[in-house]
Design a protein around this ligand. Structure first.
Ligand SMILES: Cc1ncc(COP(=O)(O)O)c(C=O)c1O
Length: 302
């Protein structure tokens, strides 16, 4: 699935640093730590009918990530919210929008890895684009297992939502070469971790299973799906899941802010067969859509 350029985004305004600039001028310095070392943290968020979905949860995770990376300073929540508001207002965006919120460690006084070279504070980027969910959530996606392992806490903790995305990108390249939509990544032990850009769930005999959040991002959509399932009396298991179990799943789907809930129809050439005739993915999509309004922060209160 290849995203296409949306002409509505041709002349968008982007927040970079402390101000809004035209798309053509939306740049960071070559001395910025994101250029030098992927030294930045980020969030992807959706705007639904006049509200930013799960905003506080995303800002909590951004702050946790920046603290884990020992950023010298982190902009206040109020200042991040007002940058988001200004960006959405400048672009007239009230729905169908995806926000990529990035906080880099900022500009360095000279090239180098040492964070002490960052002496002018972090750089905040609010990139809001017109972007409906990116996957085909009607027909679903085909995936394959990548040879690239997802980071474990032994290396770079996947609980930091950082910009060093090379392992995920390498996995996605393998999926592209294989002609499928997404790459499934395993953990160090060979259990399923997540896909290159989304978390993964499977359904077996009416139970909802997902890998423990050890070698995957603790996705906000993932957390919400677990909450919704439990609130509706569905049994949820967070545990190690092997590929063999996934091949025998009745249903499987990916979760993420970019694509919401996306059915998986095929894994490594095996078409999933729903032997228990369950309908949990569709139910979860319904419950998920039902909380959009309740869990969105209205633009006027930003
Ligand atoms: C690797 C990875 N997994 C999962 C997700 C989904 O997380 P969320 O539901 O918080 O959007 C993302 C989103 O950025 C991601 O990059």
């Amino acid at each position: 699935m290849l995203q296409q350029f949306d002409p509505r985004n041709k002349n968008i305004k982007v927040w970079v640093g402390h101000r809004l600039v035209e798309r053509a001028d939306a740049k960071v310095s070559v001395f910025d730590s994101s250029v030098q070392g992927g030294d930045a943290v980020w969030e992807g968020m959706r705007v639904y009918e006049n509200g930013v979905f799960c905003l506080e949860r995303h800002l909590d995770r951004l702050e946790d990530s920046a603290r884990a990376m020992a950023f010298e300073s982190i902009p206040t929540r109020a200042s991040i919210k007002s940058a988001i508001k200004a960006t959405l207002e400048a672009n007239g965006m009230t729905k169908d929008t995806h926000i990529r919120l990035t906080l880099t460690r900022g500009e360095k006084i000279t090239s180098g890895m040492d964070p002490r070279l960052n002496q002018s504070g972090p750089t905040l980027i609010v990139l809001a684009e017109w972007k409906p969910p990116v996957y085909d959530n009607e027909t679903g996606i085909r995936i394959m297992t990548s040879t690239i392992r997802r980071n474990s806490p032994m290396h770079v903790d996947s609980k930091i939502h950082h910009n060093n995305l090379i392992n995920n990108i390498l996995a996605k390249i393998q999926a592209n070469h294989a002609g499928v939509d997404s790459a499934l990544m395993l953990d160090n032990l060979g259990f399923i971790a997540e896909m290159n850009g989304t978390n993964i769930f499977m359904v077996k005999n009416g139970r909802l299973l997902t890998p423990t959040a050890d070698a995957c991002l603790h996705g906000i959509t993932r957390g919400l799906v677990i909450e919704l399932a439990q609130a509706n009396g569905v049994a949820v298991e967070e545990r190690n899941i092997s590929l063999t179990e996934l091949y025998a799943a009745d249903e499987a789907f990916g979760t993420g802010s970019m694509g919401e809930l996306t059915p998986i129809v095929e894994v490594d050439g095996r078409v999933l067969v729903n032997r228990s005739q369950s309908n949990l993915t569709a139910q979860l999509i319904h419950w998920f859509q039902g909380v959009h309004e309740k869990l969105s922060t209205p633009l006027e209160s930003l």
